[in-house]
Structure formats: C-alpha cells, structure tokens
Design a protein around this ligand. Structure first.
Ligand code: NAD
Length: 480
C-alpha cells in the first residue's frame, strides 16, 4: 500500500501523532494508500509556513506575469501526466475513466486560465477633485484555505488554488480524507518547480480535525469550501469567529425543465447525463426532472428505456456508471430509495447492483422515481446518487414555481425551442447558472459558478473568482 505524506513548507511530512488513514478504492474496496491523519498542530505548521511565504520578499518579488508562468508550469505538468492522473482520479473517486480524463483536462484549463489572468487584474482611478489622486488597488488577501470535497478532487482544488496563487496569495489545501491522491500529485508538481517554500501546502486528515482547525485558524485570510450545507455552515461559523471571509459551494437539487416543444433527443441525453455523471455525486447534478404534462409519458418512457441500457462497473472499465464512494454514501442513497418505496413510484432501477469485477464496491442502479410530492424529502433533499425524481407541470408559471421550490439554487436546465419562454424562465429562475438546451457546457471554466439560497454564496470559476482572493485598497493622495 502506497504511503502518502503531507507537503508543508516545501517538505514532505507525517502527521505529528504519526497516525494514518487508509484510503480505499470505491470500485473494489481494496486499499489504495495511507495518508497522515493531520492534526491541528500540523495545520498550524502549514498555515504559518504559508504566512511566512506570503510575507517573504522571495514571494513578493515574483512579478504577476511570473506567477502566471509558474501556474503554466503546473498546467504543463498536469498535462504531461494526464494518463496517470486520470487513472488515479478515477480509481480514487470511482468515476468512469473517461470522466477522470475530463476532470484532468478541466484542471489543466483552470491552471491555464488563471495563469493568463495573473497580470491582468487591474485597479481604478476615481475622480474626486483637483489636487487629489484617488486610486484603488487589488492586493492579495494573504493565506487562503481550500477545503476540498471527495467528488471532484483535482478540479475543485485547481479552480480555487490557481485563482488564489494567480492573485499572489499562498495556500493551504485540505484534501478530502477519501480522495487525496491527485492533490498529492499537485503537491509533487509544486515541489518540482522553482517557487518559494510554503506557497503551496497540502494537509490531509479528517474534516473534524484537520478541516475544522484550518477553518478556525486565525492566520487564514479566506476560506474556500465545497461540500454539504451542514459542514459549510460549520466552516463558515468557525471562520466568522476570526472575521475571515468564506466562499461556500454547497450543492443543489437542480431541475431540468423539459417542454413539449424541445428537441427530444438532446433533452433526453442532457437530462440523463446530468444525473448519472459521477454516479450522481455532483453538486450540480440535475436531480429533478420537471416535464410538461402533455409530453410526460412519451419523454419518461424513452428516458426509462435509456436508463435500463446503462452499464455499471468499476471505474477503470469506463462503463456509464461507477460505484458510490463508500458505505456511508451508499447507505445514504439507499435510505432515500427506501423512502421512495413508500412515497413514490420507482420506474427504473431502485436496487443495488453487483457488476462482475466490483465485488466489494458499492454499486447502484440508475434510478428514476415518479409521483413524488414536491414538498417531500425526495423532492427537497440532495440525495447524491444516480437518482432522478420526476414532476410535471402544465403552465410555465407552474414550472417556475416547481423549479424554485427547494432551498437550493445552483443550476437549472431549460429545454425548449421557444426563445421567449427560455428567456422568461432564465430571468425568473433562482439559481447561479441557467443552461438552455444544454447542461454544464464545456466544463464551464470561464463561467461564474455558485449558488442562490442554501447552495452557497460567492462565486467560483471564471474571472469573478479572482476577486475572492483580492483585498481592495483605496489610496487618496493630496498634492498641491
Ligand atoms: P462534507 O461536506 O462533510 O465534506 C467536504 C470536505 O469538508 C471534506 O474535505 C471534509 O474532510 C471536510 N470537512 C468535514 N467536516 C469538516 C469540518 N467540521 N470542518 C472543516 N472541514 C470539514 O461532505 P461529506 O460528509 O463527505 O458528504 C456528505 C454530503 O455532502 C454528501 O452526501 C453530499 O450531499 C454533500 N456533498 C456535496 C458536495 C458538493 O460538491 N457540493 C461535495 C461533497 C459532499
């Protein structure tokens, strides 16, 4: 079994208590690696190293375009190791290999995109009066913390770390205890390039220990968190005690709204992919289908047929659907399927699966549940599995009301050929992203991403995310 170490201040290290966490392969249940069970003391060392690096002339003297070049170097290393990384990510998370490749390609794009931005975020001058020069500069905030979930480890790490470093911050990453392998590789790449010690640090460990102490550390200047509402709230509370800003990306219950006038083939494909990707363990999963009543039977029949044809198997076999991450997540999804037995009609799937080479993995059939009450748990809570709930509507107003009827508001898909209907809905939908006749376009590196309501606050991805990692300073100079 491979032993992984943390990366703190340019050194590889164990945890201070020398305890370990075993990482398992969701596809087979076999042991993949052991990682240090990082303690508050270890987090403290990482944060202090990042702080020292941030205050050092070595880092300050690196020009913005040079920071961009460093990020380009990381992008190039990710690219050079694309095959190895895709296999590692797929194995670690249990996602089909082609989805692992898509994640690596997205990570490359994040490093490239923010590398290009490093010397292009500019300030302002403000006209006040003669004899007064007023200007606004954007400075780095300092040490930024990045608490990464297990479902898209390399993508989620890359998108915020690249933006933070581009703006001149130094970073501490806490990878998810279940899926630390690609974060460790990124640490290796930072170790291979010429960059001051302590600019990039990686700590491993449990959320309650390493994660909680990172969020609460007084020397942290910004926290970026992706995960559940419950944990995000706890992280925000801890950060708030130090008046540390947070960016929270907390999941969703995203609808795909399908009208009878849609391009049926495209809608079927989009709706299906939106819920089966990464076995539905995706914050932006399209987990609710809202379909026009007159079109429902026809559309649902076709969708059920497609679901029944989907293949299930270990990540590296690159079937349509891989395993659920672990027993805890599997039991969580099963709990909802048990509710569905009572409170809905399961029209596809609904059971666990046992693919030939996945003996000790946690597999599940892709599932569609019809006749779900809009205020039920199934309709309201994030299931985080390949489970689609179905609702129907007659009028556009009803579709809108249903779409906005959860506490979440991350993504919405609209499928129609009627441009007026699409625009009207897009303007009234309460979610951070709206897709018309597509869903999750091209990985969305350049698009602001984040939630309304309990899906979080702040935005990641795109140009706007750079501002998470800058502090605004106004300077007024009086001259005669
Ligand atoms: P989680 O939110 O508890 O964990 C996400 C990350 O936060 C991990 O790195 C974890 O170690 C860390 N963490 C956990 N507790 C912490 C704490 N007290 N302080 C600081 N960091 C902490 O998610 P989970 O338990 O792995 O999954 C539970 C549910 O969360 C899922 O079923 C799903 O609904 C949701 N989830 C959402 C996303 C998303 O992308 N929005 C990602 C993962 C999980």
């Amino acid at each position: 079994m491979k032993t992984i170490e943390m990366y703190v201040n340019g050194e590889w290290c164990k945890s201070s208590n020398e305890k370990w966490i075993t990482v398992t392969d969701p596809s087979t249940g076999s042991e993949l690696a052991r990682i240090p069970r990082g303690q508050p003391k270890d987090v403290d060392s990482a944060v202090k190293a990042a702080k020292d690096a941030f205050e050092s002339n070595a880092w300050r003297n690196i020009k913005p375009f040079e920071r961009g070049r460093l990020l380009h170097e990381i992008a190039a290393k990710v690219n050079e190791n694309r095959d190895e990384l895709a296999e590692l990510e797929s194995t670690d998370v249990g996602k089909p290999l082609s989805q692992g490749y898509a994640d690596i390609d997205a990570a490359i794009r994040y490093f490239e995109f923010y590398a290009g931005a490093a010397d292009k975020v500019m300030g302002d001058t403000i006209p006040i009066e003669d004899g007064l020069l007023d200007y606004v500069v954007r400075e780095p905030v300092g040490v930024t913390a990045h608490i990464v979930p297990w479902n898209y480890p390399i993508q989620i790490l890359s998108r915020s770390v690249a933006a933070a470093i581009a703006m001149g911050n130094t970073v501490v990453v806490k990878s998810a205890e279940d899926t630390p392998l690609t974060a460790n590789k990124i640490a290796e790449y930072f170790d291979q390039i010429t960059i001051p010690k302590g600019v990039f640090n990686h700590v491993t460990g449990y959320g309650q220990e390493a994660g909680a102490s990172l969020a609460a550390h007084p020397l942290i200047d910004h926290v970026t968190f992706t995960g559940s509402v419950e944990t995000g709230t706890a992280v925000a509370n801890r950060a708030t005690s130090n008046v540390t800003p947070v960016t929270l990306e907390l999941g969703g219950k995203s609808p795909n709204i399908v009208f009878a006038d849609c391009d049926s083939e495209k809608a079927l494909n989009g709706v299906m992919k939106a819920i089966i990707q990464n076995s539905g363990q995706t914050c932006s999963a399209g987990s609710r289908l809202l379909v026009e009543e007159s079109f429902k039977d026809e559309f649902l029949d076709k969708l059920v047929t497609r679901f029944k044809q989907l293949s299930i198997g270990p990540a590296l076999e690159d079937k349509d659907i891989g395993p659920i991450l672990n027993e805890k997540q599997y039991n969580r999804v099963m709990h909802y399927l048990n509710i569905a037995e009572e409170e809905g009609t399961i029209v596809a799937g609904g059971k666990s699966a046992a693919p030939e080479n996945g003996k000790n993995g946690y597999y599940m059939e892709p599932t569609i549940i019809d006749h779900v009450a809009p205020d039920s748990k199934l309709a309201q809570e994030e299931i985080f599995g390949p489970v689609l709930t179905v609702f129907s509507f007659n009028r556009v107003e009803d579709a809108l009301e249903l779409a906005n009827s959860t506490e979440y508001g991350l993504v919405t898909g609209i499928w129609t050929q009627d441009i007026s209907k699409a625009h009207l809905l897009a303007s009234r939908i309460k979610s951070g992203q709206v897709f018309v006749n597509n869903y999750g376009a091209g990985g969305g590196i350049q698009m602001p991403f984040g939630g309304y309501k309990k899906s979080g606050f702040g935005r990641e991805k795109g140009w706007i995310a750079l501002y998470n990692y800058t502090q605004v300073k106004n300077v007024a100079i009086k001259y005669d």
